[in-house]
Write a protein that binds this ligand. Structure first.
Ligand code: 13P
Length: 280
């Protein structure tokens, strides 16, 4: 079973009446079957993304092979995307191993340099049928365990969107409109007007990062306004770890490991199902 790139998966999602695609961060291999079961139950294609840290921890080949195998067994079209990566060698490695989509994150660079580097990635990715996500503006919170400094957070500037999209021919664009990566208690402050201004400037699919903690109402609104890929990561981590903490505390060391993991996987499956249904 082949892995689909974002553009191909988006077309399948549209046929199945989904307005946006959830892109879900995989934190460990054990939770992968739960991702597929949720997609199967909602008749949704599945976009799985992983950080470079998780890719290195699990091994690039193992992830590609596992996702291809589950995609074939359960007949769920899947895309494997490398999340936030600013190292072009790591991106090439992911592409060479079989990832079908990648993100080059040059949001911390001056615009010209971000465009130039994103173009280098696209020149490598497109001939190999791999889609590329770029980023403009800086999203707060933490990325792959590293906190983004408050002073570095910046909303996307509409004036830069056209230059970036025209200059790179990127397949999807991550924008900063008031969400934050990671688990947090503060309410998000989504800039709906800014999103509307940006959607008027480009037909390139737009990506919302920091999906954890965004209310269902805001989620529906941003999707209706043109967000086509929604990243959700921390919420599955929180559910999985919380459940494992509880089952481990209650269990005995000679209980089967699966006894500890099944409730965690069930909780992750519910998170995905609930999010996917918001995109329909
Ligand atoms: P959350 O962890 O806040 O859901 O964000 C995920 C994300 O945007 C990964 O790129």
């Amino acid at each position: 079973m082949k892995l689909y790139n974002f553009t191909e998966l988006r077309a399948i999602a549209k046929e199945r009446k989904f307005q946006a695609i959830g892109s879900f961060n995989l934190h460990c291999l054990e939770m992968l079957p739960a991702f597929f079961k949720a997609a199967k139950e909602t008749n949704s294609p599945l976009m799985i993304q992983i950080s470079t840290g998780t890719a290195q921890f699990l091994g690039y080949e193992l992830i590609v092979d596992s996702i291809k195998s589950l995609s074939k067994t359960l007949d769920v079209p899947a895309c494997l995307h490398l999340d936030h990566c600013s190292n072009i060698d790591d991106i090439k490695k992911a592409i060479d191993t079989g990832f079908s989509s990648v993100m080059y994150d040059g949001s911390h660079l001056p615009l010209e340099e971000n465009i130039a580097n994103t173009k280098i990635v696209i020149e490598y990715a497109h001939p190999r049928n791999v889609t590329v996500e770029g980023e403009l503006g800086a999203i707060g919170g933490s990325e792959d365990g590293k906190a983004v400094a408050e002073s570095d957070i910046a909303f996307t500037t509409p004036e830069e969107v056209q230059a970036f999209v025209d200059g790179t021919n990127v397949d999807m664009l991550a924008i900063s409109i008031g969400t934050v990566h990671g688990s947090y208690t503060a309410k998000t402050n989504i800039q709906h007007e800014l999103l509307n201004r940006i959607t008027q400037l480009t037909k390139t699919p737009l990506v919302l990062h920091g999906g954890t903690g965004v209310s269902d109402e805001d989620m529906r609104l941003v999707v209706a306004s043109g967000i086509e890929k929604v990243n959700v990561g921390t919420e599955m981590n929180v559910q999985w770890v919380g459940n494992v903490q509880k089952t481990c505390a209650e269990g005995k060391v000679d209980d089967s490991v699966r006894k500890f993991l099944i409730p965690a996987n069930n909780a992750v499956q519910e998170v995905l199902k609930q999010k996917i249904q918001l995109f329909q």
